[in-house]
Ligand binder design. Sequence first.
Ligand SMILES: CSC[C@H]1O[C@@H](n2cnc3c(O)ncnc32)[C@H](O)[C@@H]1O
Ligand code: ZN
Length: 447
Amino acid sequence: MRTKDLTTVDLLLTEIDWLLICDPGMTVVKQGAVAVDGGTVVAAGSQRDLEARYRARETLPMSGHLVMPGLINTHVHAAMTLFRGIGDDLPLKTWLQEVIFPAEARHADDAFVELGTVLACAEMILGGTTTFCDGYFFEEAAARAAARAGIRAVLGQGVLDFPSPDLKDPSRARQRVEAFLDAARSWPPRLRPSLFCHAPYTCGPETLQWVKDLCRRQGLLFQIHVSETQWEVEEIETRYGRRPVFHLDHLGLLDPMTLCAHGVWLDPDEIALLAERGACLSHNVESNLKLASGVAPVPALIQVGVPVGLGTDGCASNNDLDLFSEMALTAKLHKATANDPTVCPARQVLRMATLDGARALGLSHAVGSLEPGKRADLIALRIDRPHLTPLYDPVSHIVYAARSSDVNHVWVDGRRVVQDGRLLTLDVPQLLCEAESVAVTVRSCGR
Ligand SMILES: CSC[C@H]1O[C@@H](n2cnc3c(O)ncnc32)[C@H](O)[C@@H]1O
Ligand SMILES: [Zn+2]
């Protein structure tokens, strides 16, 4: 084709050994290319085809790499990186009430949240996560952190009926939320506000309803921890006479913009109800195992069409933000639980970490696959390594063999944020020094 027939784009990634589009058909391309313009994917497909259609201001040969959409972490408390390892080997109720809530009351302030979230962003971006869905306090500070790091995020301001680190008087929750949503008006488009009611046992019916109403009016994602432990199910049944999902439904809370975190103790009727309402779920397998909360009925949820994404939860209950290990564990654990190796196949799990994760966050128009028109959030993994060679099936390798340390390059909105394994947006050594100095205070308080 003559030069004048070529369309000029900002960036052409070419000579890609394996390209995973992660579209609904989970298309895999050998010897692929991706064209990006204005931060958007213009085309992704075969190298021959794209080289015949596009010329680029910057062309990057990617031989030795697998390219795919950035991973999507559907449930994080990012700032808790600064609490990593302070409360291991405890059940959820003890962990939360005796260790985490007191530590948050002592240490979590605006500066703590910004620093902890920057640290989380560094870990996530370097490990191939380009979108995360957060829930914490001082979420304006989390937004500053995500803006500095160059990552995409849905940032959920926490709401509880008890005093919390950024709101000593819970009767002022509406004002707190309004101030947060006002601040969010000046955020860049890749950062979206959300509201996070902590759980049905820490938020009463009235709180749940006004927060969800506000989310509906403003088109925001409503987040909540649901049915994480057996204790929670018994507690909600005792208080309200219904299991947690029926309690939420009774209050009118369930729709496609409601994201339930955990869902470990769902019964078959609750699973059917979530599907009927179109509500979504974040599966946080490592956190559920570490806190011995149980195993969520993920195969049953997927079977009835509930969009299920993968989340790490916070660093005090995981203790990392690595979606590669979440994928591997999800694929393996449900096989063992079901006594059936065909359960949670690699393709389905990769979909959870990409396309279905985007759907769970209400972002399927923007991210989760490399379909034309979506934002150019891309990761490139080095595959010329002993643990990835030979490669018969790239999806198998991503789920069962690849590691977050294989991520070599990352783009968010078409902007390069990691090059040759080096984070371009943050000063990592400086960040580590700052984290160490906060840890001195945390240690001096006995935690
Ligand atoms: C408003 S959400 C932030 C709030 O939630 C706490 N948290 C972290 N992990 C969990 C979990 O697995 N279950 C319940 N609550 C959790 C976090 O420490 C913050 O206080
Ligand atoms: Zn959580």
